[in-house]
Design a protein around this ligand. Structure first.
Ligand code: MSP
Length: 514
């Protein structure tokens, strides 16, 4: 027997990526602000899959708390019945928007509730929790407590509404003991993106870090703790733990809480949040994780979709836009494209239907769809729908591929740095290069001897590349193109070969909006 036969076969481990959205409150239907977060999560998740990662994507609903209880009462329903109807709407929106999540977690699931109770017990036994009395200023709509100094003009610093003083017995998490820990983590960097948010967070919250009230006694709709019948978990501990409890459901082989959150894990974790809940995810959450022996995630704090006046789009301001209506009118790809492209990741951005239409007509139709339909038509006309071999690649093609390769690298780097809007703009630059190539080569004027076959062959390969990089945004049309080209999309462009494949003509992709 040769010695090599004793060697263990090297198992190639897949790179792993875990991505989450906040779990949304089911007190109303979702608007495009919520659709924005989930679209960004789906964008990077699809990118990672394309790039060879094994991924796990969780979204869900944050169902407990006084606000939900009140809304259910107003509607004359039991809380669970009330939220279940709303959640059907959430799930439908994610289908309509082409969101490919692995788990929709509900905080009312038995598995999650059990997990939270056990974690509470563990934290209590390990002396991270004590019983005390809470007296503080509470904003019900935001489910948040504030100190006097955090108020703005005596009102909630986040939504500007009235706060009420609340005094009650409560269990506390010893957050303040971790002030140095969290400050060092944040200052070291590479855990909160964009990094410009770090100082803001340290100045506004870390410098005056208080223990966190984690139970309430004044309402019932929540997870009752094992140790004390009258206490239910205050929503944030319950909510944040979903990011770990999701692995208790055993949905995907090889994905366990320890293997993802364990300190020596190599799984890349990205949690998307709107900027208003960054402090929960970048201060309290890493501390809770440290208490239970886990490591901290990377958090991407995105900006808000705002009205023309710069106000956050929200139900209470009466300025919300329904994503379902937009999808019905313009299709999922267009809305996804707009949200990723037009709102610079990390900054606030406006939504307007005019801008959406500008994106559709000016970029998706004029640049991308046009490139595909022109190429398809030429391949049909000159080669009967069969992709020709490239008989003579010239300096023009060499230069084009050099540029495209550079742009692909730039695109990948941008997605990996969570600069999604920039990455999509880079993807479109590849499309522009290909359109420029058509302008230079003028295929309708040349014969095969003059290189027509090379031009069409190059365009088909170029379309494959641009479709692959656009596919995390344009999920529906990229599928049609990959079906047409009879090749699954991947971010691997070595040895692309479509020679001799009969592809016929592609079906119509996008409608210009009048
Ligand atoms: N339930 C909490 C999150 C708990 S996570 C452990 C919550 N839910 S929410 O329903 O209010 O949704 C908040 C999320 O929706 C924000 O983080 C943000 O991602 C998104 N947005 C809501 N309005 C938004 C805009 N106008 N613009 C962009 N995103 C916004 O907070």
């Amino acid at each position: 027997m040769r010695p090599t036969q004793f060697l263990k076969k090297k198992v190639k481990m897949n790179k792993k990526f875990y991505v989450t959205t906040p779990i949304y409150y089911p007190n109303d239907k979702l608007h495009i602000g919520h659709a924005y977060t989930t679209t960004l999560a789906d964008y990077i998740n699809r990118f990672k899959k394309l790039d060879g990662y094994e991924t796990y994507f969780v979204t869900g609903s944050d169902e407990h708390g006084q606000k939900i209880e009140d809304r259910a009462n107003e509607a004359g329903k039991e809380p669970l019945e009330f939220v279940t109807e709303i959640i059907e709407g959430f799930k439908n929106l994610w289908v309509e928007l082409g969101i490919e999540y692995d788990h929709f977690i509900r905080t009312t699931d038995e598995t999650h509730k059990e997990f939270c109770k056990n974690k509470f017990t563990e934290l209590l036994n390990n002396d991270f929790i004590y019983k005390g009395e809470y007296s503080g200023l509470y904003c019900k709509p935001d489910e948040s407590f504030f100190t006097e100094t955090q108020l703005v003009d005596g009102k909630c610093p986040e939504c500007g509404r009235e706060v009420t003083e609340i005094k009650e017995e409560s269990y506390f998490l010893k957050i303040s003991e971790f002030q140095n820990f969290i400050e060092e983590k944040l200052k070291k960097g590479n855990i909160l993106f964009p990094e410009s948010r770090v100082n803001e967070l340290i100045n506004n919250f870390v410098n005056d870090l208080q223990d966190l009230s984690i139970t309430r006694t004044s309402f019932d709709w929540g997870i009752q703790i094992n140790e004390d019948q009258k206490h239910i978990l205050y929503v944030w501990l319950d909510a944040l733990l979903n990011y770990v409890s999701t692995f208790e459901y055993g949905l995907k082989d090889g994905w366990t809480a320890d293997s993802v959150w364990g300190k020596d894990s190599e799984v890349e974790i990205l949690q998307l949040v709107g900027k208003e809940i960054t402090r929960f995810h970048s201060i309290y959450w890493p501390i809770m994780l440290e208490m239970i022996g886990y490591r901290e995630p990377k958090v991407l704090a995105h900006g808000w979709i705002v009205s023309d006046q710069g106000d956050k789009m929200s139900k209470s301001k009466g300025n919300v836009v329904d994503p379902i209506e937009l999808i019905k009118k313009y299709g999922k790809d267009s809305l996804r494209f707009y949200l990723i492209n037009n709102i610079e990741t990390g900054k606030d951005g406006k939504f307007s239907e005019e801008l959406l239409i500008e994106n559709i007509n000016g970029i998706i139709v004029n640049k991308f769809s046009n490139l595909v339909s022109r190429t398809s038509a030429m391949n049909k006309k000159y080669f009967d729908g069969i992709v020709p071999k490239a008989s003579n690649q010239t300096e023009v093609e060499n230069k084009l591929w050099k540029t495209i390769n550079k742009l692909v690298d730039e695109y990948k780097e941008q997605v990996n740095k969570y600069e999604f809007s920039d990455s999509l703009k880079t993807a479109i630059r590849i499309v522009e290069e290909l359109n420029g190539y058509i302008d230079i080569t003028e295929p309708w004027k040349i014969t095969v001897e003059e290189g027509l076959d090379t031009v069409i062959n190059t365009l088909i390969k170029g379309i494959y590349v641009s479709t692959a990089v656009l596919s995390p945004a344009l999920v529906e049309s990229s599928k049609k193109i990959s079906d047409w080209l009879q090749k699954d999309l991947k971010l691997d462009f070595e040895n692309l070969d479509f020679d001799g494949i009969e592809i016929g003509e592609i079906e119509h992709l996008f409608e210009r909006i009048k």
